[in-house]
Design a protein. Structure first.
Length: 143
């Protein structure tokens, strides 16, 4: 019974920090300006205040957003692209754009300080400082 309780408690703590995926093109409020995604021929473009800051290939738009508690603005977002996840950090202007360089389909995202932990079809990965690292089994709890 104790094991079931601990498993339930862990699941609840994970559920509160997971940000659902979205396909909303925007506009979304960020500290850097209004974020929008739009189709440009076969690609998508990311725009801040109607100014293009990035272009990526993807069949459909899918992103995972971190929302700041105080202002309800999107501070970071992880975008699923054909060439792998791309992290946009809107806490600065122009936004920081970091490409993972590994093709994968992201299922869930956890935001931990300056790192992003994601579950993909290929396992668990950490993306921090522009470096993607495959996670091995450990005792670290992400929430």
């Amino acid at each position: 019974m104790r094991r079931l309780f601990l498993a339930s408690l862990t699941a609840i703590s994970f559920a509160t920090s997971v940000h659902a995926q979205s396909n909303a093109p925007g506009p979304l409020a960020t500290p850097s300006g209004a974020l929008e995604f739009a189709r440009a021929e076969r690609d998508f473009v990311g725009m801040l205040d109607k100014e293009v800051f990035d272009r990526f290939s993807a069949d459909t738009l899918t992103h995972f957003d971190e929302v700041g508690n105080a202002s309800d603005t999107v501070t970071r977002t992880l975008v699923q692209t054909d060439s792998g996840p791309v992290l946009y950090d809107f806490r600065r202007r122009p936004p920081l754009v970091q490409r993972s360089g590994k093709r994968m389909t992201v299922r869930r995202v956890f935001w931990q300080g300056d790192e992003v932990v994601m579950q993909s079809s290929q396992g668990w990965f950490r993306f921090k400082g522009g470096v993607l690292t495959k996670l091995q089994s450990s005792t670290t709890t992400y929430h």
